[in-house]
Unconditional design. Structure first.
Lengths: 427, 275, 290
């Protein structure tokens, strides 16, 4: 149905445009923003773009992150892959490895001059002398809490790990949990553990030469603290993904959680006062002075060898990052997707969204936090292909389970994690 | 036969346990789908909804192509079933009543088709289908479903054929009826209930298939229910209300279908064999 | 009837179909297992038996095999026990038995993805019903994590998978029960045999062919269960639920070692084929003996 409408729309625009664009370039875009309202917003934007650009017709085919790691390589190998593909840094290394990827150096340079990228968002895509994708939106983990709960317990917003631990212990009362930290073998746990690691000075997991630099005292300290705090989490947190953490927070069962955003859930499920929702940087180790976090710069890759299609895709990407369009793209999930460009961070189209307006102060804090974002494997300016497999097999989360589930010491678990990563890197 | 009181008590207690074991989870899901979000994630869950809303269903139907998923699933399951029966019936008959060289070996070979992890063939099948332009078609799912349902169907069908008394068939042979006629006019009607239960088995197997459907189908308009349902599970957020509504809507169509054909499955299994 | 050509004509369509759709991809998997392909779609070189040496020499394959065996046996025990009880109940006559026989199958007609979501929600501590229910019943004191320890994760998965499959098994058993001639029971009753005696002397022995058939098919089916495990624990915690299909998927699609995954697949297939051949030989032997 949707595709038929699209076909009608593109036919109409062809007719309107007359003979100037006799043969429109049609492009297929794969993204992994599959929840229905995101697909809907994307379609609105595409309809608008397609109408304004009769020569380039873009259609979306939403996929899911769970399957795309298998599906995209299979599709490219069979010659029916998409022309544009949404990505996160580790996925890009995979697609680059199968030679399906086209660098976007010139476009990135133009857009940089025009809009100015937040450095943390484009850096993970710049290596081997090229830029491999155009950043689209950013996500960074923050600590979420309720002002009223902290006040009732008589505590300040924690800034260091020991303050956080004290706060979590105080908030653990009458059936509630002071903190909700996952220990699942899953990406979410990779993310929360790494947001501890960046806060104790253990951000780099590779040495300059590509050998693994995971096993060091700072990493052990991060794991030790995480495991200690995890004991205060709900018993089912060993199987959590993002959704369970949010539900725990929204139902006021969890005092503090680490999450990209809880705004949507808080707004639709908690039925509580926006002013009560607190967000702060992830607390840091006691011997550190500043907080950092993990951030995922989501980007769009060019995956077609056809030059006319490449040109068309570039028109589309440039259009998407124009401030008057860009804000509406970001607010397909209001309060989750953060701007990657400097003028996008000021865009009226972003801040005028009703949810963003309602939670303005929280979104401002999230944007500020995202500036300090790092991502494991992409911190040194050199990228090694094994990061795809390390990330894909959730070695960071697996290491945590050795402590939480198997009762190993943090030092032993991190040592085993180092061995596992080295084994993967050697293959 | 008469039951003693303790026997009756045991019987009804057992029944009650079965009803709770199967019914309770479904009750929780269906009643959850009409609760307000706040109640769904409440720390103190409620057995009976305290709130009522249709917002989850509205959202689901407004923003997804659920009806299209439903039609796709029905089409795929229906065609898979028809072709599986058409292939399984003569094969089972040949294995059961005809003698030919290599019969035993071939029969085992077909059963062995179950003996490997289905994940193994995912990528080769993708490559194969891509070569024939079958990616993103419902036909590709039909083909895969037939392949996975066929061995078990042949096996089940063979045991039903085995229960047909030989003299019925021999009478037809004496009359000079060719095997095709014997199969379609005499054997098939006799084991019709058995065929029905094989058909329902195939239908359900196709209806619930997820792994291949998720990889072989690319566009939203051709997704089946399991894949469409998986699509509303967000990567970074989970809308439990939407999921419960989706689970309810994914269940209701088969329940309705089963209300009509369900008893055939059981009678097919229990009475498909002619005594 | 002895017309081989006609018989082959009957068998050929199904056979050719299976060869094209399953046989050919399997050959591809065998080819892959002798190469060193990493990411799907890339080229590899021939490396002989290196993959086999690595897989058989490492510990991952053997541990996953052990878990798979545990998984199959545990599922078989739980499902057989529950299903036999259910089948015996449904074999009785009582008002509504038809309805019960039909709707027992409800858990089996729901897509696995839906089953997974249902249980993820029911077992969670935010909104999940199971923990409060167990607390009310006095079985546990405070909420527990069903996937928190190695043992409980495996147990929970077995129970969820069995929840989905036991009705199907029960109906297959019911079919077996109805084939037992009722005059046998009559005779036993006249001889004054107790219900237990009737079960051990008549029901159980005569149910053997059905149980054996279910044992073979059930083993193959549950050995290959992948989606329930993958979607609920992804093989965790700490690899406690990483069965062979999970190991294969993870190696191929998360670790990007396609050839190694193919090697594990080939080894697994050989094992299962060996099992299937032995089992079918035993079954056809007992069939012909009757």
């Amino acid at each position: 149905m949707r595709t038929r409408l699209l076909a009608v729309a593109s036919l109409a625009s062809m007719l309107l445009a007359g003979t100037a664009y006799a043969e429109p370039v049609s492009l297929t875009l794969w993204h992994m923003e599959q929840p229905p309202h995101r697909v809907q917003r994307m379609q609105e934007l595409l309809d608008e773009f397609n109408k304004a650009h009769p020569g380039v017709q873009v259609k979306q085919e939403p996929q899911s992150w769970g399957e795309v790691y298998a599906k995209a390589p299979a599709a490219f190998a069979a010659g029916n892959g998409p022309d544009m593909l949404f990505t996160i840094p580790d996925f890009t290394t995979l697609i680059k490895g199968i030679d399906a990827l086209v660098p976007v150096d010139d476009l990135a340079k133009d857009l940089e001059a025009k809009h100015g990228f937040v450095p943390a968002t484009i850096a993970p895509y710049q290596y081997d002398g090229h830029t491999w994708a155009i950043p689209a939106y950013n996500m960074a983990i923050s600590m979420w809490y309720r002002n009223s709960a902290l006040k009732a317990a008589g505590i300040e917003v924690p800034k260091t790990w020991s303050e956080w631990k004290a706060a979590a212990e105080k908030l653990s009362a009458d059936g509630k949990y002071g903190i909700g930290l996952p220990a699942n073998k899953q990406l979410y746990t990779d993310q929360t553990v790494y947001s501890f690691m960046v806060n104790s000075g253990a951000a780099d997991i590779y040495n300059e030469d590509g050998s693994i630099a995971f096993d060091k005292p700072q990493t052990v300290e991060a794991y030790q603290t995480y495991a200690d705090l995890q004991k205060l989490s709900p018993p089912d947190s060993t199987s959590w993904t993002w959704g369970e953490a949010e539900a725990c927070f929204a139902s006021a069962s969890c005092g503090t959680i680490l999450q990209f955003s809880v705004i949507n859930t808080y707004e639709t499920q908690a039925e509580a006062d926006p002013a009560d929702l607190g967000v702060a940087p992830v607390p840091h180790a006691d011997n550190q002075s500043d907080s950092a976090t993990i951030s995922y710069s989501n980007a769009i890759m060019l995956t077609t060898k056809d030059e006319a299609k490449q040109a068309g895709a570039k028109v589309f990407l440039a259009w998407l990052l124009e401030p008057q369009n860009y804000g509406r793209f970001l607010t397909m999930e209001p309060g989750l997707f953060l701007p990657v460009t400097n003028d996008g961070a000021k865009a009226e189209s972003f801040w005028s969204d009703p949810i963003v307006t309602k939670y303005k102060s929280q979104v401002e804090t999230m944007v500020a936090n995202s500036q300090t974002g790092k991502l494991f494997g992409f911190t040194t300016g050199k990228v090694f292909p094994s990061i795809g497999a390390i990330s894909g097999q959730n070695v960071i989360a697996e290491t945590l389970q050795k402590i939480v589930v198997d009762g190993q010491s943090a030092a032993d678990a991190v040592k085993a994690g180092q061995a596992r990563m080295s084994e993967i890197a050697a293959k | 036969m008469k039951r003693t009181l303790p026997q009756s008590l045991a019987l009804y207690a057992g029944l009650a346990v079965i009803v709770l074991l199967i019914g309770l989870p479904f009750w929780w899901v269906m009643s959850g789908s009409i609760k307000l979000p706040r109640e769904i994630i409440s720390r103190v869950p409620t057995m009976v909804p305290q709130s009522f809303t249709l917002q989850h269903f509205e959202k689901l139907l407004q923003s997804t192509d659920f009806p299209a998923y439903l039609v796709n699933s029905l089409l795929v399951a229906l065609f898979s079933t028809v072709f599986t029966i058409a292939l399984a019936l003569p094969t089972a008959y040949a294995f059961f009543r005809m003698k030919f060289p290599g019969r035993a070996a071939l029969y085992r070979l077909i059963l062995v088709a179950y003996a490997f992890p289905t994940v193994v063939v995912l990528i080769p099948i993708y490559g194969l289908f891509a070569r024939f332009g079958l990616i993103d078609t419902r036909a590709s799912l039909v083909i895969v479903n037939i392949a996975f349902a066929l061995p078990f169907s042949i096996w089940m069908m063979r045991s039903f054929l085995a229960s047909v008394p030989r003299d019925i068939e021999e009478a037809a042979i004496v009359d000079g009826a060719p095997p095709r006629v014997i199969l379609l006019r005499i054997m098939a009607p006799l084991i019709a209930p058995g065929i029905a239960s094989v058909a329902i088995f195939t239908f359900i197997a196709s209806w619930t298939e997820y792994l291949f459907a998720s990889v072989l189908i690319v566009s939203d308009a051709r997704r089946t229910i399991p894949v469409g349902f998986a699509g509303i599970i967000g990567q970074y957020q989970i809308d439990w209300g939407l999921l419960l509504a989706g689970a309810t809507l994914a269940t209701i169509p088969v329940v309705i279908l089963f209300a009509f054909v369900g008893r055939w499955f059981v009678t097919g299994l229990t009475e498909g064999a002619v005594k | 009837m002895t017309n081989p050509r006609l018989a082959l004509l009957f068998v050929a369509p199904a056979l050719l179909f299976l060869i094209a759709v399953l046989g050919w991809p399997l050959v591809q998997a065998v080819i892959l297992s002798f190469q060193n392909v990493g990411v799907i779609g890339t080229e590899g070189e021939w490396i002989g038996f290196d993959n086999y040496a690595a897989v058989l020499g490492g510990s991952n394959f053997w541990r996953a095999l052990g878990r798979s065996l545990l998984w199959v046996v545990a599922n078989a025990i739980v499902q057989t026990a529950v299903a036999l009880g259910v089948a015996l109940i449904l074999h009785q006559k009582f008002p509504g038995v038809r309805v019960a026989r039909t709707w027992i199958i409800l858990t089996w007609i729901v897509p696995t993805v839906v089953v997974v979501i249902i249980w993820r929600w029911l077992l969670s501590t935010s909104g999940g019903m199971v923990n409060p229910l167990l607390i009310q019943a006095g079985i546990i004191q405070r909420p527990i994590g069903f996937f928190a320890t190695r043992e409980s994760a495996m147990t929970t998965l077995v129970l969820i998978n069995s929840w989905r499959w036991f009705p199907f098994v029960a109906l297959m058993m019911l079919a077996g029960l109805t084939r037992i001639p009722s005059d046998l029971y009559e005779a036993a009753r006249i001889d004054g045999a107790t219900a237990w005696k009737r079960f051990t002397r008549i029901t159980w022995p005569l149910l053997q062919p059905t149980l054996m058939m279910l044992g073979v098919v059930g083993t193959l089916l549950s050995f290959n269960v992948f989606d329930v495990i993958w979607l609920l624990t992804a093989g965790g915690p700490s690899q406690a639920t990483q069965t062979l299909p999970v190991l294969i998927y993870e190696t191929a699609f998360k670790g990007y070692r396609l050839s190694e995954a193919a090697t594990v697949s080939v080894l697994t297939s050989l094992l299962l084929m060996g099992f299937a051949l032995l089992a079918t030989r035993a079954m056809t032997a007992s069939e012909e003996a009757r």
